[in-house]
Design a protein around this ligand. Structure first.
Ligand code: ADP
Length: 767
């Protein structure tokens, strides 16, 4: 209150002093009672000035009654934020109706106090009677309560858990924080029953749980409870995992009137844990199914997981979580049978160092005493902090490999022995530099160089200078046959300077990790000499043959002229002589001369066959057959033989005419010659056809036939069967001619039945 107000109050006091009717009887009697009142009781005039105030004013406002008299009550009203008082009158009600309202007042000690007023207007006296109750304490409690409520609300709405309150037995949402709304993806749920908001919970027993909490007051705690509901309000049910508590809410009378819901959506944690569990299971499955001995151990080396292959390798089933990895091991040291010193153990090193280690070989000793060689490969695990929590160990059983290596070493020794003692000279050269890598004893023996000398030389050093260019390179495929062997013949120089021809066989190999070539060398000096001799003899033979050929030809040719002269003389004798004996002898001479002439003709034909080249020309087949048959019909054996000739000339046939004539003449004359005299229907059939490629024809008779035993023999030179006149050279010449004309001949014949020659000749048509 400022000084102006005080002076105003004094003025009011003065005014009151001058109005004696204010101090009349009613007040006088009640004054004492009223002074004891806890409430501020006063009366004010129409201007709001205190006319009378009881003593409570001192306790409530800090002013003695006399200090207040004449002062406007509005001077003590507290205006929020210093707002100016505007028409600040108590809301008085006339007559008996008292109005009740609250106002903040300023205590003398500047504290704000709350006064609850009830006031009534006395229209007659124009006074207002007021009772002001100090409700400051109540107000402060209310304020504290409100603050607390707000704090709670803040906590509730910002809580990292979802929260809600259900009211009444029907579980109607009274409150739901943001997280709860997000969880169910719904708004405007307040005032609605859970059944209405989340009908999908019906089948999941949630309503029963709520009912139970409501009825019994027992809280319900769920841990990672799977709940299925329309999580995203899209009509699709989703699984969520929730941790939650349903707790009964009680009213002032301790009666249950609702349920608190607190909870957390732990779906992600559960799913990621499940994933971890799944991957752990997969990892365990993987270890179990691995065909290689595999196990895992903790950071102390205790076996926590192992597969069948590991148990099989160890020959025992270790006790999980107890047995240590090295129980069955020793580090290749037979004395330390069961436990390798940790500092030697690769797993211990891996667990200490934290890096995968491909360790050295170990020996595993089984309970039955069997020993297995193994190569452990430990891979340590780390947790999120980088600490080593254990390791997985793969044990490769290398027992068989070791045995095989042993065998290999044995066989290497064997091969070394075979190489060294091989009677063939053998050496190995580097494929790139041709340097000698190894030589066997025979090489040293044959070539005269020492082993050391060889090892300081290249393969080119044992080649004569002018030969070097022919050295077979690995890329020279012309010398490589299908099995990748190279062969070659060339010269080598021995230490004493002699040059020897050698045949070498070379094969590419890997020798001590390098590409190399194994070479076998064979001295072929003797073979070369023999070949040279053979060649010389061949040349001589060819010369002799051609001389012989020429001789046969000239002899045959020259022999024919005297034969013709003899035949002329015989004709003369036959015309001139009347002596039966002379004529008989002349006839015999003629037959012999004819036979001899025939033979010489054959020899000449054979000789010609060999000497002259093929001159293909188109042959009129039927015509030639007919002409030949015609000329041969003069033979006396031809009498009574029926000839059938039919060659289908589908394509013009080309061949060497002279040789063709020789073939058919010989075959037809044989068919006539070797006929049976007494056969009823004697025939010679010549059938065949020519096509683009060949001429096929056969000459068939029903004569005396040939025993199958002689079918091959008849084609040999001078082979004869029957007692008939003949030289035994005809079929030989036929076969020879057929072969020269690129054809074939075969015979089908049976004794006393007949003979058929099948001939095929190539159509030597001009290109
Ligand atoms: P040859 O001058 O004796 O006829 P070939 O070489 O022509 O000589 O025949 C050899 C032998 O084959 C003949 O001696 C004969 O016994 C037999 N031969 C050949 N052709 C016939 C045939 N058509 N019928 C029966 N025998 C045959």
């Amino acid at each position: 209150m400022n000084t102006n107000n005080i002076s105003e109050s004094n003025a009011a006091k003065e005014k009151n002093n001058n109005a004696p009717y204010y101090y009349e009887e009613p007040l006088h009697d009640l004054c004492k009672i009223l002074d004891f009142s806890m409430d501020l009781i006063c009366s004010c005039d129409e201007a709001g000035r205190f006319v009378w105030v009881n003593k409570a004013s001192e306790r409530i406002l800090g002013y003695k009654p006399e200090e207040l008299l004449g002062i406007k009550y509005s001077d003590f009203i507290f205006y929020e934020d210093g707002a100016a008082p505007t028409n600040e009158n108590f809301d008085f009600k006339s007559g008996t109706h008292a109005s009740i309202f609250e106002k903040k007042f300023i205590h003398k000690n500047t504290n704000i106090i709350y006064l609850q007023w009830s006031a009534v207007q006395d229209d007659v006296k124009n006074l207002c009677y007021c009772i002001g109750r100090d409700i400051t304490e109540k107000k402060n409690i209310e304020k504290a309560f409100e603050t607390e409520r707000l704090q709670f609300f803040n906590i509730y709405s910002q809580a990292p858990s979802y929260m809600g309150i259900l009211n009444g037995p029907n579980h109607v949402y009274e409150l739901a924080n943001e997280l709860y709304l997000q969880l169910i993806d719904k708004r405007d749920i307040i005032g609605k029953a859970v059944k209405e908001v989340l009908p999908e919970l019906e089948t999941q027993g949630i309503f029963e749980i709520l009912d139970n909490v409501y009825q019994t007051g027992e809280s319900f705690c769920a841990n990672e409870m799977p709940i299925t509901f329309d999580r995203y309000s899209d009509g699709k049910l989703k699984d969520v995992y929730l941790n939650f508590i349903f707790q009964a809410r009680r009213d002032v009378n301790n009666a249950i009137d609702g349920i608190f819901i607190f909870g957390n959506d732990v779906t992600e944690q559960v799913l990621s844990r499940k994933k971890i569990e799944q991957s752990e299971k997969m990892y365990k499955d993987l270890i179990h199914k691995l065909p290689v001995a595999t196990y895992s151990c903790d950071s102390e080396g205790r076996i926590v997981l192992y597969n069948k292959a590991a148990a099989a390798l160890w020959g025992r089933e270790p006790e999980l979580g107890k047995d240590l990895w090295y129980t069955s091991w020793n580090n290749n040291d037979n004395k330390k049978k069961h436990a390798a010193p940790l500092n030697l153990c690769s797993l211990a090193a891996a667990l200490k160092g934290g890096d995968p280690i491909l360790s050295k070989e170990i020996i595993i000793e089984r309970p039955n005493g069997d020993k297995r060689n193994a190569l452990p490969h430990p891979v340590p695990f780390h947790n999120a902090d980088g600490e080593i929590t254990g390791a997985v160990i793969v044990l490769s059983d290398i027992t068989e490999i070791k045995l095989a290596q042993k065998e290999l070493r044995k066989s290497e020794k064997k091969y070394r022995y075979l190489f060294d003692n091989n009677p063939m000279p053998m050496w190995i050269i580097d494929l790139a530099s041709f340097k000698f890598l190894d030589v066997n004893k025979m090489v040293i023996l044959q070539y005269g160089y020492s082993r050391e000398e060889f090892l300081s030389m290249t393969a080119l050093d044992i080649r004569p200078n002018d030969d070097k260019i022919h050295f077979i390179k690995s890329s020279d495929t012309s010398h490589i046959n299908e099995s990748n062997y190279n062969r070659g013949i060339w010269n080598h120089i021995k230490k004493d300077g002699t040059i020897v021809p050698v045949e070498i066989i070379a094969h590419n190999i890997v020798y001590e990790g390098t590409a190399a070539r194994l070479i076998l060398s064979n001295d072929i000096s003797d073979r070369k000499k023999a070949e040279a001799n053979l060649e010389k003899r061949n040349r001589e033979l060819i010369k002799t043959n051609s001389e012989l050929d020429r001789f046969v030809y000239s002899v045959s040719h020259d022999l024919r002229s005297p034969l013709t002269s003899i035949l002329g003389l015989i004709s003369f004798i036959e015309t001139e002589s009347r002596e039966i004996d002379t004529l008989k002898h002349a006839e015999l001479i003629r037959i012999s001369i004819n036979r001899l002439d025939e033979f010489i003709k054959n020899i000449l034909s054979y000789s010609r066959n060999n000497r002259t080249g093929i001159l293909p020309e188109q042959i009129s087949l039927n015509e030639m057959m007919l002409d030949t048959v015609d000329s041969l019909q003069r033979m006396k054996e031809a009498k009574g033989i029926r000839f059938e000739i039919e060659i289908k000339e589908q394509k013009p046939f080309y061949t060497d005419k002279l040789r063709f004539t020789t073939i058919i003449k010989n075959l037809i004359s044989n068919a006539i010659k070797y006929h049976k005299k007494d056969e009823a229907d004697r025939f010679v059939k010549i059938f065949g056809y020519s096509d683009h490629e060949n001429l096929h024809f056969s000459i068939e008779d029903n004569g005396i036939g040939i025993d199958p035993a002689y079918h091959k023999k008849i084609f040999e030179m001078f082979f004869r069967l029957s007692g008939k006149d003949g030289s035994g050279i005809g079929l030989y010449i036929v076969k020879d001619a057929v072969e020269i004309l690129q054809g074939s001949i075969e015979v089908q014949s049976e004794k006393e039945i007949g003979t058929k020659f099948n001939i095929t000749l190539k159509n030597l048509k001009p290109c």
